[in-house]
Design a protein around this ligand. Structure first.
Ligand code: ADP
Length: 379
């Protein structure tokens, strides 16, 4: 392996320093196919979103004579397979998690545009339909086979600024702890399950989904208003010393002299977060869903804070309001932190939702400007 092909193929190489390599947040857009109602209702409207996958562009028609074009890292049409979506959106992140970097994959978009389909679909009867969570675990398990390797998982829901454990519903207020020295975020109260095979992982996701449904029924909430967070901790033996590997990454491709002890094995710890964000449509202040104004503020708080952090990072603002919400505290590493991050924004084909689609696209455009500093973790 030469130094140049060891580095994950992940964004431009500018902005590096000696503590790591940097990478921009990668953003893909996915268009959901029309459902039966939309085929009937929109018959006369024509297509108001035009995808140009080869150019990785999306054109949004404003009216008959005016349109706007947006550039993304990937543009996934309504016929893109789940396999392809995994390969372009999540696989590079999973590969770097297996190399010892932290990684995040998250989905943002209006309710009903395919976030859960993209991330969480189990596809038990239809393996081609399997989503990102199941495919990611398959790749992780295939690459963590030595005795010292381990894979553990927590599964959580964040609703109204409260973190609930989806694997132990009685734990309904999990605290987020930040290490004051390293800034590492952990959830010491959350259930942690060791995963040995794919079957037990799928069972765990099913338990999580059932608990999510039960918790939301009890609280009379809709799951579209909560964020679902899957946390996968990976511990893996690495053959090369991380500093050596990193220094070789940062060179211009010439041969690096490795020290004599470069084969001393090191344990690398990394985590993968897969986040199914709450629907990006705002909770109506008028209380049409039976919420008081105070509740509406709380429901919106985390997603609004995420938007503010992304804006601040995109504009290189000195103040990033990371501490303003539980979601941004949990994701502190994922935006502007030390992780590789992929965002998939999902949109629907109906011109009725033009406003939501436009705001989703603009969110994705701002996220593309965010640079992360990626570091290796070792024990
Ligand atoms: P969200 O999580 O954004 O609210 P869902 O994932 O629940 O949206 O998707 C809404 C509906 O559309 C579901 O019935 C889902 O099965 C369907 N759907 C979403 N994306 C696709 C797709 N790419 N192909 C086929 N059906 C899809």
């Amino acid at each position: 392996v030469t130094p140049s092909n060891r580095r994950p193929n992940y964004g431009p190489r500018n902005g590096k320093d000696e503590s790591g390599v940097s990478g921009r947040v990668r953003v893909a857009v996915r268009l959901r196919p029309r459902n039966t109602d939309e085929i009937l209702a929109d018959a006369d409207f024509g297509d108001y979103v035009e995808l140009m996958p080869e150019l990785k562009r999306l054109r949004l028609r404003k009216n008959n004579w005016d349109s706007e074009t947006f550039q993304f890292d990937e543009v996934l049409t309504e016929t893109a397979s789940q396999k392809r979506v995994y390969e372009v959106v999540a696989k590079p992140v999973v590969e770097s998690v297996l190399e010892g970097y932290n990684g995040t994959v998250m989905a943002y978009g209006q309710t009903g545009t395919g976030k859960t389909y993209t991330l969480g679909k189990l596809g038990e009867e239809d393996t081609a339909g399997r989503g990102i969570m199941v495919r990611a675990m398959e790749d992780i398990l295939a690459d963590t086979t030595s005795e010292q390797d381990s894979v553990t998982v927590s599964y959580l829901q964040l609703y109204m600024e409260t973190v609930q454990d989806l694997l132990a519903p009685e734990k309904d207020n999990i605290s987020i702890v930040e290490d004051p020295k390293t800034g590492d975020v952990s959830l010491p109260g959350a259930t942690l399950v060791e995963i040995k095979d794919q079957k037990s992982f799928v069972e765990l996701l099913e338990i999580g989904e059932a608990n999510r449904f039960a918790a939301n029924t009890k609280l009379n909430t809709e799951s579209s208003r909560s964020h679902a967070i899957l946390l996968v901790n990976v511990k893996k033996m690495a053959k090369l010393k991380p500093e050596r590997e990193l220094s070789s990454l940062n060179e211009n491709g010439s041969n690096i002299q490795l020290s004599k002890n470069h084969r001393i094995p090191t344990i690398r710890k990394s985590k993968l977060l897969i986040v199914d964000l709450a629907g990006s449509e705002r909770v109506d202040k008028s209380g049409s869903e039976g919420h008081t104004l105070e509740e509406a503020k709380y429901i919106n708080l985390s997603l609004t804070a995420l938007g503010k952090c992304i804006n601040a990072l995109a504009e290189n603002s000195p103040h990033v309001p990371i501490r303003d919400s539980k979601l941004t505290r949990l994701l502190r590493d994922s935006f502007g932190g030390s992780a590789r991050t992929s965002l998939i924004i999902t949109i629907g084909p109906s011109p009725q939702h033009r406003g939501e689609t436009t705001s989703t696209i603009l969110f994705g455009q701002r996220a593309m400007k965010v640079e992360n500093m990626v570091k290796l973790k070792e024990e």
